[in-house]
Design a protein around this ligand. Structure first.
Ligand code: MF3
Ligand code: CO
Ligand code: CO
Length: 263
Protein backbone atom coordinates (compact mmCIF):
# COMPACT_ATOMS: atom_id res chain seq x y z
CA UNK A 1 0.00 0.00 0.00
CA UNK A 2 1.33 3.38 -0.97
CA UNK A 3 -0.66 6.16 0.66
CA UNK A 4 0.17 9.50 -0.94
CA UNK A 5 1.23 12.40 1.30
CA UNK A 6 0.07 15.66 -0.23
CA UNK A 7 2.45 18.59 -0.68
CA UNK A 8 1.47 22.07 0.52
CA UNK A 9 0.57 22.96 -3.07
CA UNK A 10 -1.59 19.85 -3.47
CA UNK A 11 -3.32 20.56 -0.16
CA UNK A 12 -4.37 24.00 -1.46
CA UNK A 13 -5.83 22.31 -4.54
CA UNK A 14 -7.62 19.75 -2.38
CA UNK A 15 -9.11 22.58 -0.29
CA UNK A 16 -10.50 24.17 -3.44
CA UNK A 17 -11.87 20.82 -4.67
CA UNK A 18 -13.50 20.20 -1.30
CA UNK A 19 -15.07 23.67 -1.20
CA UNK A 20 -16.46 23.14 -4.68
CA UNK A 21 -18.05 19.78 -3.83
CA UNK A 22 -19.61 21.35 -0.71
CA UNK A 23 -20.93 24.27 -2.77
CA UNK A 24 -22.80 21.90 -5.09
CA UNK A 25 -24.61 20.33 -2.14
CA UNK A 26 -25.42 23.81 -0.77
CA UNK A 27 -26.71 24.93 -4.17
CA UNK A 28 -28.96 21.92 -4.72
CA UNK A 29 -30.48 21.55 -1.25
CA UNK A 30 -33.42 23.95 -1.80
CA UNK A 31 -34.32 22.14 -5.05
CA UNK A 32 -34.69 18.72 -3.46
CA UNK A 33 -38.40 18.14 -2.76
CA UNK A 34 -41.32 15.85 -3.50
CA UNK A 35 -42.23 15.89 -7.20
CA UNK A 36 -38.69 16.69 -8.42
CA UNK A 37 -36.98 13.93 -10.41
CA UNK A 38 -33.51 12.60 -9.66
CA UNK A 39 -32.66 13.32 -13.29
CA UNK A 40 -33.49 17.01 -12.79
CA UNK A 41 -31.36 17.15 -9.62
CA UNK A 42 -28.50 15.59 -11.58
CA UNK A 43 -28.94 18.07 -14.44
CA UNK A 44 -28.84 21.08 -12.10
CA UNK A 45 -25.70 19.77 -10.36
CA UNK A 46 -24.02 18.95 -13.67
CA UNK A 47 -24.66 22.42 -15.11
CA UNK A 48 -23.51 24.13 -11.90
CA UNK A 49 -20.26 22.11 -11.78
CA UNK A 50 -19.45 22.87 -15.41
CA UNK A 51 -20.78 26.42 -15.82
CA UNK A 52 -20.39 28.01 -12.37
CA UNK A 53 -17.37 26.11 -11.05
CA UNK A 54 -15.52 25.46 -14.32
CA UNK A 55 -14.93 21.89 -13.16
CA UNK A 56 -15.93 18.36 -14.19
CA UNK A 57 -18.33 15.91 -12.52
CA UNK A 58 -15.97 13.01 -11.81
CA UNK A 59 -18.58 10.19 -11.89
CA UNK A 60 -19.60 10.94 -15.50
CA UNK A 61 -18.08 8.16 -17.65
CA UNK A 62 -16.12 6.87 -14.65
CA UNK A 63 -15.91 3.15 -15.51
CA UNK A 64 -18.93 3.90 -17.70
CA UNK A 65 -21.15 5.55 -15.08
CA UNK A 66 -23.79 7.45 -17.11
CA UNK A 67 -24.36 10.59 -15.00
CA UNK A 68 -22.76 13.45 -13.07
CA UNK A 69 -24.04 12.42 -9.64
CA UNK A 70 -25.31 9.38 -7.75
CA UNK A 71 -28.87 9.47 -6.37
CA UNK A 72 -29.70 6.58 -4.06
CA UNK A 73 -33.27 6.32 -2.77
CA UNK A 74 -34.59 4.22 0.18
CA UNK A 75 -33.20 0.67 -0.15
CA UNK A 76 -30.57 1.79 -2.69
CA UNK A 77 -27.24 1.74 -0.83
CA UNK A 78 -25.13 3.73 -3.33
CA UNK A 79 -24.44 4.38 -7.03
CA UNK A 80 -28.10 4.99 -7.88
CA UNK A 81 -28.46 6.32 -11.44
CA UNK A 82 -30.35 9.62 -11.82
CA UNK A 83 -33.52 9.24 -13.88
CA UNK A 84 -35.75 11.88 -15.52
CA UNK A 85 -38.70 9.54 -14.85
CA UNK A 86 -38.03 9.06 -11.12
CA UNK A 87 -39.92 11.59 -8.97
CA UNK A 88 -39.13 11.95 -5.27
CA UNK A 89 -42.16 11.41 -3.05
CA UNK A 90 -43.00 12.16 0.56
CA UNK A 91 -41.42 9.67 2.94
CA UNK A 92 -38.47 8.88 0.64
CA UNK A 93 -34.91 9.23 1.83
CA UNK A 94 -32.19 9.97 -0.73
CA UNK A 95 -28.43 10.12 -0.72
CA UNK A 96 -26.92 12.58 -3.18
CA UNK A 97 -23.22 11.95 -3.85
CA UNK A 98 -21.16 14.67 -5.54
CA UNK A 99 -17.60 14.36 -6.77
CA UNK A 100 -16.02 17.38 -8.45
CA UNK A 101 -12.75 17.27 -10.37
CA UNK A 102 -11.28 20.77 -10.56
CA UNK A 103 -9.48 22.25 -13.55
CA UNK A 104 -6.30 21.71 -11.46
CA UNK A 105 -7.07 17.99 -11.52
CA UNK A 106 -7.99 17.38 -7.84
CA UNK A 107 -11.09 15.69 -6.41
CA UNK A 108 -13.62 16.65 -3.73
CA UNK A 109 -16.10 13.92 -2.78
CA UNK A 110 -19.07 14.36 -0.43
CA UNK A 111 -22.58 13.08 0.05
CA UNK A 112 -25.61 13.91 2.17
CA UNK A 113 -29.02 12.46 2.96
CA UNK A 114 -32.30 14.21 2.24
CA UNK A 115 -35.51 13.17 3.98
CA UNK A 116 -38.43 14.10 1.71
CA UNK A 117 -41.31 15.35 3.85
CA UNK A 118 -41.20 13.13 6.88
CA UNK A 119 -39.90 9.62 7.63
CA UNK A 120 -39.50 8.52 11.25
CA UNK A 121 -37.52 5.38 10.36
CA UNK A 122 -35.57 7.02 7.57
CA UNK A 123 -34.83 10.11 9.61
CA UNK A 124 -33.47 8.07 12.50
CA UNK A 125 -31.29 5.93 10.20
CA UNK A 126 -29.96 9.05 8.49
CA UNK A 127 -29.17 10.74 11.82
CA UNK A 128 -27.29 7.74 13.24
CA UNK A 129 -25.32 7.40 9.99
CA UNK A 130 -24.27 11.05 10.19
CA UNK A 131 -23.30 10.53 13.84
CA UNK A 132 -21.07 7.63 12.70
CA UNK A 133 -19.38 9.96 10.25
CA UNK A 134 -18.88 12.73 12.84
CA UNK A 135 -17.66 10.40 15.60
CA UNK A 136 -15.08 8.89 13.29
CA UNK A 137 -13.97 12.28 11.95
CA UNK A 138 -13.39 13.40 15.55
CA UNK A 139 -10.83 10.60 15.98
CA UNK A 140 -8.77 11.43 12.88
CA UNK A 141 -5.19 12.52 13.62
CA UNK A 142 -1.67 11.22 12.89
CA UNK A 143 -0.98 7.85 14.48
CA UNK A 144 -4.56 6.58 14.44
CA UNK A 145 -5.29 3.33 12.60
CA UNK A 146 -8.12 2.94 10.10
CA UNK A 147 -9.43 -0.03 12.11
CA UNK A 148 -9.94 2.26 15.13
CA UNK A 149 -12.15 4.58 13.07
CA UNK A 150 -14.01 1.57 11.68
CA UNK A 151 -14.69 0.21 15.16
CA UNK A 152 -16.16 3.53 16.24
CA UNK A 153 -18.54 3.47 13.27
CA UNK A 154 -19.55 -0.16 13.70
CA UNK A 155 -20.15 0.16 17.44
CA UNK A 156 -22.35 3.23 17.07
CA UNK A 157 -24.33 1.64 14.20
CA UNK A 158 -24.89 -1.66 15.99
CA UNK A 159 -25.83 0.03 19.26
CA UNK A 160 -28.79 1.44 17.34
CA UNK A 161 -29.67 -1.89 15.72
CA UNK A 162 -28.23 -1.05 12.30
CA UNK A 163 -25.66 -2.89 10.20
CA UNK A 164 -22.61 -1.50 8.36
CA UNK A 165 -22.28 -2.21 4.63
CA UNK A 166 -19.11 -4.16 3.76
CA UNK A 167 -19.15 -4.18 -0.02
CA UNK A 168 -18.25 -0.49 -0.47
CA UNK A 169 -15.60 1.55 1.27
CA UNK A 170 -14.02 4.94 1.74
CA UNK A 171 -10.80 5.76 -0.09
CA UNK A 172 -7.76 7.92 -0.46
CA UNK A 173 -8.39 10.87 -2.77
CA UNK A 174 -6.34 13.48 -4.62
CA UNK A 175 -5.40 13.66 -8.29
CA UNK A 176 -6.97 10.20 -8.36
CA UNK A 177 -10.68 9.77 -7.59
CA UNK A 178 -9.95 6.56 -5.66
CA UNK A 179 -6.43 6.26 -4.23
CA UNK A 180 -4.92 4.10 -1.48
CA UNK A 181 -5.93 3.32 1.19
CA UNK A 182 -9.27 1.56 1.06
CA UNK A 183 -11.18 2.50 4.16
CA UNK A 184 -13.53 -0.25 5.38
CA UNK A 185 -16.20 1.09 7.74
CA UNK A 186 -16.44 -2.13 9.77
CA UNK A 187 -13.92 -4.13 11.74
CA UNK A 188 -12.49 -6.41 9.07
CA UNK A 189 -8.88 -5.31 8.70
CA UNK A 190 -6.08 -7.51 7.50
CA UNK A 191 -2.97 -6.28 9.38
CA UNK A 192 -1.26 -5.16 6.16
CA UNK A 193 -4.34 -3.12 5.17
CA UNK A 194 -4.66 -1.38 8.53
CA UNK A 195 -2.99 1.89 7.64
CA UNK A 196 -1.73 4.37 10.22
CA UNK A 197 -2.78 7.94 9.45
CA UNK A 198 -0.10 10.55 8.86
CA UNK A 199 -0.09 14.31 8.28
CA UNK A 200 -0.86 15.17 4.66
CA UNK A 201 -3.03 12.17 3.83
CA UNK A 202 -6.42 12.84 2.24
CA UNK A 203 -9.20 10.25 2.39
CA UNK A 204 -12.95 9.89 2.58
CA UNK A 205 -15.14 8.49 5.33
CA UNK A 206 -18.49 7.45 3.86
CA UNK A 207 -20.33 4.96 6.05
CA UNK A 208 -23.37 3.17 4.64
CA UNK A 209 -25.78 1.83 7.28
CA UNK A 210 -28.71 -0.54 6.67
CA UNK A 211 -31.80 -0.81 8.82
CA UNK A 212 -31.64 -4.59 8.27
CA UNK A 213 -28.90 -6.94 7.07
CA UNK A 214 -25.55 -5.58 5.76
CA UNK A 215 -25.65 -7.60 2.54
CA UNK A 216 -26.05 -5.83 -0.81
CA UNK A 217 -26.49 -6.76 -4.46
CA UNK A 218 -25.97 -4.81 -7.68
CA UNK A 219 -28.91 -4.55 -10.09
CA UNK A 220 -28.73 -5.54 -13.77
CA UNK A 221 -27.81 -1.98 -14.76
CA UNK A 222 -24.39 -2.84 -13.36
CA UNK A 223 -24.38 0.08 -10.88
CA UNK A 224 -27.36 0.39 -8.55
CA UNK A 225 -26.44 -1.28 -5.26
CA UNK A 226 -29.41 -2.25 -3.08
CA UNK A 227 -29.90 -3.98 0.26
CA UNK A 228 -30.57 -7.69 -0.29
CA UNK A 229 -33.41 -7.64 2.25
CA UNK A 230 -34.88 -4.39 0.79
CA UNK A 231 -34.34 -2.57 4.09
CA UNK A 232 -33.61 1.17 4.13
CA UNK A 233 -30.02 2.36 3.70
CA UNK A 234 -28.32 5.70 4.41
CA UNK A 235 -24.90 7.22 3.75
CA UNK A 236 -23.00 10.45 4.54
CA UNK A 237 -19.55 11.30 3.18
CA UNK A 238 -16.78 13.83 3.69
CA UNK A 239 -13.32 14.33 2.21
CA UNK A 240 -10.72 14.83 4.96
CA UNK A 241 -7.16 16.05 5.35
CA UNK A 242 -5.03 14.67 8.20
CA UNK A 243 -3.31 17.67 9.81
CA UNK A 244 -0.39 17.84 12.27
CA UNK A 245 -2.68 17.41 15.28
CA UNK A 246 -6.08 16.50 13.92
CA UNK A 247 -8.27 16.82 10.87
CA UNK A 248 -9.61 19.36 8.39
CA UNK A 249 -12.99 18.60 6.81
CA UNK A 250 -12.34 19.71 3.24
CA UNK A 251 -15.98 19.34 2.17
CA UNK A 252 -17.56 21.08 5.20
CA UNK A 253 -20.78 22.98 4.41
CA UNK A 254 -22.12 26.22 5.92
CA UNK A 255 -24.88 24.31 7.75
CA UNK A 256 -22.38 22.14 9.64
CA UNK A 257 -20.85 22.85 13.03
CA UNK A 258 -17.45 21.25 13.48
CA UNK A 259 -16.56 23.15 16.65
CA UNK A 260 -16.47 19.72 18.42
CA UNK A 261 -13.20 19.08 16.57
CA UNK A 262 -11.44 21.96 18.34
CA UNK A 263 -11.79 20.39 21.79
N1 MF3 B 1 -18.67 9.23 -5.17
C1 MF3 B 1 -18.58 7.79 -4.99
C2 MF3 B 1 -17.62 7.58 -3.85
O1 MF3 B 1 -17.89 8.11 -2.81
C3 MF3 B 1 -18.12 7.07 -6.21
C4 MF3 B 1 -19.08 7.11 -7.31
S1 MF3 B 1 -18.39 6.27 -8.62
C5 MF3 B 1 -19.59 6.31 -9.77
O2 MF3 B 1 -16.58 7.00 -3.92
F1 MF3 B 1 -19.05 5.89 -10.84
F2 MF3 B 1 -20.59 5.60 -9.36
F3 MF3 B 1 -20.01 7.51 -9.89
CO1 CO C 1 -16.03 8.55 -1.98
CO1 CO D 1 -18.85 9.98 -3.02
Amino acid sequence: MNIPIKTADEIEKMREAGRQAASVLEMIAPHVAAGVTTGEIDRLCHEYIVNELGSTPAPLNYHGFPNATCTSINHVVCHGIPDMGKKLKKGDIMNLDITVKTADGYHGDSSVMFVIGESIQGGRLSRVTQECLYKSIAEVRPGVRLSELARTIQQHAERHGYSVVRDFCGHGIGAGFHEDPQFLHYDGYAPEADAVLAEGMCFTIEPMLNAGDYRTKVLRDGWTAVTKDKSLSAQWEHTLLVTANGVEVLTARQDEDFSFLAA
